[in-house]
Design a protein around this ligand. Structure first.
Ligand SMILES: Cc1cc2nc3c(=O)[nH]c(=O)nc-3n(C[C@H](O)[C@H](O)[C@H](O)COP(=O)(O)OP(=O)(O)OC[C@H]3O[C@@H](n4cnc5c(N)ncnc54)[C@H](O)[C@@H]3O)c2cc1C
Length: 439
């Protein structure tokens, strides 16, 4: 158990309760599974969810305070991954009572990892144009098709699947949303290697994959509405400066093998694991770049100083903008389009961090291994900040694409906020089967 003498006094009743929980329950020698069981069933893994569904009904801001208090205590945080970030809130909003009881429990306790089977070849931005088919066969649906860019698909137990169930309905209306078991012969997951050298996402082939009728989330044919709930949570989770949702210290689910490991190892190993770069390294880039500029003497270069100031200003604008949005939401209001603007701001911050990071590193920024075995060797010849900044630079292309590309954020702001005319295209009620298809 942790020495609590230096801990600042909690100010809110829920923080007092959390502190008492951490004092009595956190034990680094617990397995990850045992700790997440306590955290999740105690309502601390997803405190923004309703009390009836493994949450505490806290505001997003207060939920953020819970996460910080857990980290400050030195305890392992909530499972993370797409289950907690996307599948859970979608099930809370649209799931059946049974789905809420079984699936949400497995998510908050980290027992099952989830992936998002949305994007398909030819249907990324135009997601509603997807052509994966699900056909009813008695008490099951049979699914055929291909998905792509499936983050964490290789460690997922369950998938959030959208598939076409009525090709004769307009494209947004003939889609149904399923929770599908990834462990079955009809599902093949093939990793895709990225320019970072890692393989965070995958192609997923569905060949006569089966899922029971009670795995439909929301109603038959309502998949587009349900998917938009998932996408709204994805965009909200991608606020300026955040890394990809799939990043977490210990990986949930039965595949990754973390559940049986000692919880304390993930906490004490946080710095080491974080130094592996990748999406988790996106946050805090400014501090790393500033320190590297000081170490290399580049801080005396007036152009570098100017760019550092620009990056600092963009980060501050995003931070204060986030506070403004939170305050509006707390007061029951919204700023239409602000989430889209925040995502665009995150893209700008990432691009500037990439360019500035590589500028301060100089030639050392080219030292990178594309293979697992080479990564430790790289760490032996360059400082840890170098590998983090180089990996961040290589990954920086990703976040401006996922959760809706920059161009799409601008389209949304133009059409829905500024009232500009919609892009020309077939009428919205045209049956999917009559639409022109890619390729
Ligand atoms: C790191 C990463 C992780 C991802 N993880 C997942 C995941 O877990 N699950 C999942 O389902 N998907 C995932 N994706 C996929 C992501 O959602 C798609 O890549 C994204 O929606 C864009 O689709 P696309 O790649 O098919 O590009 P396309 O839609 O083919 O777009 C290509 C280009 O055309 C532009 N464009 C397209 N349509 C328009 C338009 N109407 N107006 C203006 N410009 C347009 C786009 O902005 C883009 O620049 C991930 C992507 C990345 C990079």
């Amino acid at each position: 158990m942790t020495d609590t003498a230096a801990r600042p006094a909690a100010t809110e009743p829920y923080l007092d309760e959390l502190q008492a929980f951490l004092d009595s329950e956190w034990d680094p020698d617990l397995t990850v599974a045992a700790w997440w069981e306590k955290l999740g069933t105690g309502g601390w893994a997803a405190p923004a969810w309703p009390e009836a569904h493994y949450g505490r009904g806290l505001s997003p801001a207060d939920a953020g305070r819970v996460a910080k208090a857990i980290a400050d205590h030195g305890a392992l945080g909530a499972p993370g991954g797409l289950g907690l970030l996307l599948a859970g809130p979608t099930i809370v909003a649209h799931g059946s009572d049974e789905q809420k009881e079984v699936w949400l429990r497995d998510i908050v306790t980290g027992q099952k990892g989830w992936c998002q089977l949305f994007s398909a070849p030819g249907a990324g931005t135009d997601l509603a144009g997807l052509n994966s088919r699900a056909v009813r066969d008695g008490e099951e649906w049979i699914v055929n098709g291909q998905k792509v860019w499936t983050s964490a698909g290789h460690v997922a137990d369950m998938g959030m699947l959208i598939a076409r169930t009525d090709p004769d309905a307009p494209k947004h209306k003939g889609i149904t949303y399923f929770g599908i078991d990834m462990h079955q012969p009809g599902i093949e997951v093939r990793p895709l290697k990225e320019m970072t050298g890692r393989a965070l996402f995958n192609e997923v082939f569905l060949t006569d994959a089966r899922t029971p009728v009670d795995s439909v989330i929301g109603d038959y044919g309502q998949g587009w509405i349900v998917a938009n709930t998932t996408l709204a949570f994805e965009r909200a989770g991608l606020g300026a400066g955040s890394g990809h949702a799939a990043a977490s210290l210990a990986t949930p689910g039965t595949v990754a093998g973390d559940l049986d490991r000692r919880a304390g190892d993930f906490v004490s190993g946080a710095r080491r694991r974080g130094s592996g770069g990748g999406p988790g390294a996106l946050g805090g880039a400014y501090g790393l770049i500033l320190q590297t500029a000081k170490d290399t003497g580049q801080i005396d270069d007036p152009v570098i100083r100017q760019q550092l100031m620009r990056l600092h200003s963009l980060n501050e604008i995003a931070r204060i903008g986030g506070q403004r949005l939170k305050a509006e939401k707390k007061a029951g209001r919204d700023i239409p389009g602000f989430g889209n603007m925040m995502k665009l701001a995150m893209s700008d911050i990432l691009r500037l961090s990439r360019d500035l990071g590589l500028a301060v590193l100089g030639p050392a920024g080219t030292v990178h291994s594309y293979f697992g075995e080479g990564r430790d060797a790289v760490k032996d010849v360059v400082p840890p900040a170098t590998t983090m900044l180089t990996e961040m630079a290589l990954f920086a292309r990703g976040p401006p694409i996922y959760g809706g590309t920059d161009q799409i954020q601008k389209n949304i702001i133009g059409e829905r906020i500024l009232g500009l005319p919609k892009e020309p295209g077939p009428a919205r009620d045209t049956p999917y089967s009559e639409l022109p298809k890619n390729g």
